[in-house]
Design a protein around this ligand. Structure first.
Ligand code: FES
Length: 107
Protein backbone atom coordinates (compact mmCIF):
# COMPACT_ATOMS: atom_id res chain seq x y z
CA UNK A 1 0.00 0.00 0.00
CA UNK A 2 2.72 2.47 0.97
CA UNK A 3 6.19 2.60 -0.50
CA UNK A 4 9.07 5.00 -0.42
CA UNK A 5 9.20 7.22 -3.50
CA UNK A 6 12.94 6.81 -3.67
CA UNK A 7 15.62 4.95 -1.81
CA UNK A 8 17.36 7.67 0.15
CA UNK A 9 20.99 8.50 -0.46
CA UNK A 10 21.35 9.33 3.20
CA UNK A 11 22.22 7.08 6.09
CA UNK A 12 20.13 4.19 7.32
CA UNK A 13 19.61 3.18 10.93
CA UNK A 14 18.59 -0.07 12.56
CA UNK A 15 15.50 -0.04 14.75
CA UNK A 16 13.52 -2.81 16.42
CA UNK A 17 9.76 -3.07 16.10
CA UNK A 18 8.10 -5.75 18.24
CA UNK A 19 11.38 -7.61 18.49
CA UNK A 20 12.11 -7.57 14.76
CA UNK A 21 15.14 -5.67 13.50
CA UNK A 22 14.61 -3.32 10.53
CA UNK A 23 16.78 -0.95 8.49
CA UNK A 24 15.08 2.37 7.78
CA UNK A 25 16.23 5.73 6.40
CA UNK A 26 17.62 8.01 9.08
CA UNK A 27 15.37 10.93 8.10
CA UNK A 28 12.04 9.12 8.58
CA UNK A 29 9.64 9.26 11.49
CA UNK A 30 8.63 6.09 13.31
CA UNK A 31 5.15 6.32 11.72
CA UNK A 32 6.64 6.58 8.21
CA UNK A 33 8.77 3.51 8.92
CA UNK A 34 5.70 1.61 10.15
CA UNK A 35 3.79 2.44 6.96
CA UNK A 36 6.65 1.94 4.49
CA UNK A 37 7.73 -1.36 6.03
CA UNK A 38 4.13 -2.64 6.06
CA UNK A 39 4.10 -3.25 9.79
CA UNK A 40 0.31 -2.89 9.77
CA UNK A 41 -1.24 -1.36 12.84
CA UNK A 42 0.69 0.53 15.49
CA UNK A 43 -1.83 0.29 18.31
CA UNK A 44 -5.18 -1.18 19.30
CA UNK A 45 -8.01 0.73 20.90
CA UNK A 46 -8.60 0.39 24.66
CA UNK A 47 -12.34 -0.39 24.29
CA UNK A 48 -12.78 -2.75 21.32
CA UNK A 49 -9.20 -3.73 20.57
CA UNK A 50 -9.59 -2.54 16.98
CA UNK A 51 -6.29 -1.99 15.16
CA UNK A 52 -5.24 1.56 14.31
CA UNK A 53 -2.55 2.91 12.00
CA UNK A 54 -1.03 6.35 11.50
CA UNK A 55 -3.52 8.65 9.78
CA UNK A 56 -2.77 12.39 9.82
CA UNK A 57 1.03 12.18 10.15
CA UNK A 58 1.12 15.63 11.73
CA UNK A 59 0.37 15.10 15.42
CA UNK A 60 -3.38 15.70 15.37
CA UNK A 61 -5.29 12.37 15.36
CA UNK A 62 -3.36 10.32 17.96
CA UNK A 63 -3.92 7.12 15.96
CA UNK A 64 -0.18 6.45 15.91
CA UNK A 65 0.48 5.99 19.63
CA UNK A 66 3.30 3.52 20.29
CA UNK A 67 5.73 2.59 23.01
CA UNK A 68 9.08 4.04 21.97
CA UNK A 69 12.20 3.31 24.01
CA UNK A 70 10.05 2.20 26.94
CA UNK A 71 7.80 5.26 26.98
CA UNK A 72 4.14 4.57 26.07
CA UNK A 73 1.70 6.93 24.35
CA UNK A 74 4.25 8.56 22.07
CA UNK A 75 3.04 9.91 18.75
CA UNK A 76 5.04 7.90 16.23
CA UNK A 77 4.50 10.55 13.54
CA UNK A 78 6.33 13.13 15.63
CA UNK A 79 9.36 11.01 16.56
CA UNK A 80 12.29 10.61 14.15
CA UNK A 81 13.90 7.17 14.08
CA UNK A 82 17.27 6.75 15.75
CA UNK A 83 19.89 4.02 15.78
CA UNK A 84 18.96 1.27 18.24
CA UNK A 85 15.47 2.59 18.93
CA UNK A 86 13.15 -0.04 20.43
CA UNK A 87 9.50 0.29 19.42
CA UNK A 88 6.48 -1.74 20.43
CA UNK A 89 2.92 -1.69 19.27
CA UNK A 90 0.67 -0.36 21.99
CA UNK A 91 -2.20 -2.66 22.88
CA UNK A 92 -5.05 -0.86 24.58
CA UNK A 93 -4.39 2.10 26.84
CA UNK A 94 -0.76 2.75 27.57
CA UNK A 95 0.28 3.51 31.11
CA UNK A 96 0.95 7.08 32.09
CA UNK A 97 4.61 7.48 32.95
CA UNK A 98 5.25 9.37 36.16
CA UNK A 99 1.62 9.44 37.28
CA UNK A 100 1.15 8.44 40.89
CA UNK A 101 -2.50 8.46 41.84
CA UNK A 102 -3.49 8.62 45.49
CA UNK A 103 0.03 8.73 46.90
CA UNK A 104 -0.03 12.30 48.14
CA UNK A 105 -2.60 14.32 50.01
CA UNK A 106 -4.11 17.21 48.06
CA UNK A 107 -3.37 20.49 49.58
S1 FES B 1 -0.70 9.99 12.72
FE1 FES B 1 -2.07 11.41 13.59
S2 FES B 1 -1.09 12.01 15.43
FE2 FES B 1 0.32 10.66 14.48
Amino acid sequence: MFKRLREPDSEWVTIEIDGESRRVPKDETVAAAVLADRIGHCRTTPVSGAPRAPYCLMGVCFECLMEIDGIPNRQACMVPVAEGMVIRRQNGAGSVVGLQVGTEKDG
